[in-house]
Design a protein around this ligand. Sequence first.
Ligand SMILES: Nc1ncnc2c1ncn2[C@@H]1O[C@H](COP(=O)(O)OP(=O)(O)OP(=O)(O)O)[C@@H](O)[C@H]1O
Ligand SMILES: [Mg+2]
Length: 347
Amino acid sequence: MVREKLITTLVFASAIVAAAMVADFAITIVILHDPAGYTPFVTLGISTLIAIPVTYGFVSGRANLREARDSLAKAYIVAQTARADAQSALRAGEEARAKAETDRATAIEASRAKSEFLANMSHELRTPLNAILGFSEALSIGTFAAKREEYSRLIHASGTHLLGLVNDLLDLSRIEANKVELHDEEIELDDLFHECAAIVDPGVIQKNLKLDLHIATASPYVVADRRSLRQILLNLLSNAIKFSSAEGRVELFARTEPDGGLSLGVKDEGTGIPDDEQGRMFERFGQGRHDISHSHKGTGLGLPIVKGLIEAHGGRVTMESTLGEGTIVTVWLPPERIRTRSKSSVA
Ligand SMILES: Nc1ncnc2c1ncn2[C@@H]1O[C@H](COP(=O)(O)OP(=O)(O)OP(=O)(O)O)[C@@H](O)[C@H]1O
Ligand SMILES: [Mg+2]
């Protein structure tokens, strides 16, 4: 650096000295015609004495200026980087805050849904239990002997209902623990559909509904766990019946899909479900159920069980629903579970 400064100083100082010599020569000899007044050594000495410190000062000043400018540029870059870092830290902080808020809202919602589920469940368990206790107590009193048959029937119905609830709870806990056991067998769809239709018949008659069975497939046999498949269809049918108004139409259907799989499902013309609630219907505790009268309220176990059982078969469930127009819930079984002919008929 110093060497560079000295060289530059020497170059500039030599130029200045040369200029002073030329000026001295021009003024004294050319303009004044006074050869005696021409003192080159004096001019050389004086101009050298002045030129070197002045030029050195100038060169150093310029170098300092350049250094200062470079440090300023570096400081500017450091400041910019620090600003960018601060901004990304701020952004990360905001994202973390937003995530924490979403997690909190989800936790609150989950806890609300759990409490609602427990309240519903207690209600569902208490109602048939009260009936069992009340009617059995009445039976033990002689005065009610005439009603024995009716009360026994009500006790049996309440007990069956309770057993259904307990079974649903056990099924859901098995699904959540990934402990669903499938006993695969060959099932004929027509047979299964008629079995399910017979089970839900009282509800269909009570509401004066029209239940259509529609099998549009050249592969009418599936390999699945019969109890699970029946439970899936019964859950879907019971929802369709529950949420249909009197004299509506419910369809239980099966059709082959382009991928070779089989779709089974239930279509109704009932209340429908609002768009923003449809995704949550398959979640545990039946979160976000839309407003229905208390008598309609179930435990919210049906659809989560449908989802768990069909997924255990390697399938999936989808829902299409329009508020006020109706709902279609479809389960899909993979091609490897579909048969065009019964094994027994092949044998
Ligand atoms: N076909 C349908 N039409 C209108 N709403 C439906 C239909 N199927 C399901 N839902 C809505 O989804 C909710 C959850 O259904 P899900 O079968 O899981 O529970 P549930 O029927 O209320 O109780 P459970 O089946 O345990 O007796 C229902 O409460 C209802 O709000
Ligand atoms: Mg249900």
